[in-house]
Design a protein around this ligand. Structure first.
Ligand SMILES: Cc1ncc(COP(=O)(O)O)c(C=O)c1O
Length: 431
């Protein structure tokens, strides 16, 4: 066990972060995120490398939510007064911006609390109605728990078979030969667009083609893909897409499920109550149609407005440029830290399609201890099983540390991180 109370870390200099080599003006992007100037209680400058857990929010998102609460806070879709009208217009305006950002129409979008609820909505609102004992659901070993547990529950209740596609632990990619076998006779394929641990983007186009050739519907978990790549729902051909706002500059507490028209027609309500009904009498109730049937109770108005502001902000940037910027930082960091004694990197951040998550483990400093030692230097990274225990089992590790980057991170921060990690390993490993 290493001692954790250490105070001798150097203060890193992170002031040099102007224009990225790829032409992205990172310095002006950083100005939109006041939190990035924060100093930690020990006086260290914050370096935020936990973006795959949740991203920071640009000021315009904070302002849009605060403006709603201070100027037109009201319930939506209910009353006829001015404030109610403004709230409804803003809520539905956000739906238009968000659905258009994801290349589809507002009718295909159901607001949820995040990607987890979106996946549960497919499980409760579509699969319980359309699958029965003996039907097959295909998952992968690299799914987040959000895309595993709902299917295990369904399997217990309905007797559907769940098949897991393994990963190749040398390349950290999905075993596509095994996928071809697993998909045979399947009704639903649930797959993560980009792994939150490995940063690997799956071959979605091939997965959709193979799944549809078997008549299986596809649910794509885009919680990690959406902050890094411009994804078009309509062009992707997938049947369901789960998206989380808080990893792409939006607030926590909101996300959505995008649903193909014909799949929407097969859905039944997941939760019932106000808003989603047409009529209610003591004899029974009738329901709205489409997305309106799947959204119950008071909507997440402030959160939707915040997310709308986030996609409008992101839309002003070139996602390809963002991706190359992040990729450059991630691949450089991975290469550097893999040369540090005792460190193994899981995943291949040097791949052009990586999302910028760099997972690593030291062979003698436990991941929790390492995270605290990094935090002492100002560096925020994630530690643990990352809600991906089956993947940890496949990799043969209990947990990893993960540095994950977004558009406001800089090479200077990465350099300071590598320097600090080298120092920590040198000072605390059992050599
Ligand atoms: C791949 C993946 N899927 C699903 C989720 C859950 O998303 P949410 O927090 O929006 O429920 C996460 C969150 O970390 C994730 O990384």
């Amino acid at each position: 066990m290493v001692p954790l109370a250490i105070h001798e870390f150097k203060t890193h200099n992170l002031l040099r972060c102007s224009v990225d080599d790829m032409g992205m003006d990172v310095e002006s992007i950083r100005k939109d995120f006041p939190i990035l100037d924060r100093k930690l209680p020990n006086g260290k400058q914050l370096v935020y490398f936990d973006n795959a857990a949740t991203s920071q929010k640009p000021q315009c998102v904070i302002d849009a939510m605060s403006e709603y609460y201070s100027e037109y806070n009201s319930n939506a879709h209910r009353a006829n007064h001015t404030l109610a009208d403004e709230a409804t217009t803003a809520l539905e305006g956000a739906r238009k911006s968000i659905s258009s950002f994801f290349g589809t129409s507002p009718e295909q979008m159901v607001y949820t609390s995040g990607a987890t609820e979106a996946i549960n909505l497919v499980s409760y609102g579509w699969a319980r109605e359309n699958l029965s004992s003996g039907d097959v659901i295909v998952l992968t070993e690299m799914e987040h728990h959000a895309d595993i547990v709902p299917w295990q529950q369904l399997s217990k209740e309905k007797g559907v078979e769940v098949r897991y596609v393994p990963i190749d632990t040398d390349s950290f990619t999905l075993d596509m030969d095994a996928f071809e076998v697993a998909v045979s006779g399947a009704s639903l394929v649930c797959v993560v667009h980009t792994s939150n641990v490995l940063g690997i983007r799956n071959p979605i186009e091939r997965i959709v083609e193979l799944s549809h050739s078997q008549g299986a519907r596809v649910l794509l978990d885009c919680a990690q893909g959406a902050p890094h790549e411009r994804i078009s729902f309509d062009q992707s051909g997938v049947d369901f897409m789960a998206i989380s706002a808080h990893k792409m500059g939006g607030p926590t507490g909101i996300g959505c499920l995008l649903v193909k028209r014909d799949a929407m027609e097969q859905m039944t309500p997941f939760m019932t109550g106000g808003s989603m009904i047409k009529t209610v009498s003591v004899e029974g109730s009738t329901f709205q149609e489409g997305h309106a049937m799947l959204e119950t109770g008071t909507p997440r108005i402030a959160e939707a407005i915040g997310w709308g502001a986030a996609v409008e902000w992101l839309d002003r940037h070139d996602m390809k440029e963002i991706h190359s910027h992040i990729n450059r930082i991630a691949s450089w960091t991975a290469e550097q830290i893999s040369e540090i004694d005792g460190i193994t990197v899981y995943g291949d951040p040097t791949r052009g399609d990586s999302s910028g998550a760099v997972s690593f483990l030291h062979d003698s400093i436990q991941s929790q201890d390492l995270a605290l030692l990094l935090d002492e230097g100002g560096f925020a990274v994630r530690t643990g099983h990352h809600c991906a225990q089956p993947l940890m089992d496949a990799l043969g590790v209990p947990s990893t540390n993960r540095a994950s980057f977004w558009l406001y991170n800089t090479m200077d921060e990465a350099e300071a991180f590598v320097e600090h990690l080298r120092y920590v390993v040198d000072r605390f490993s059992d050599k």
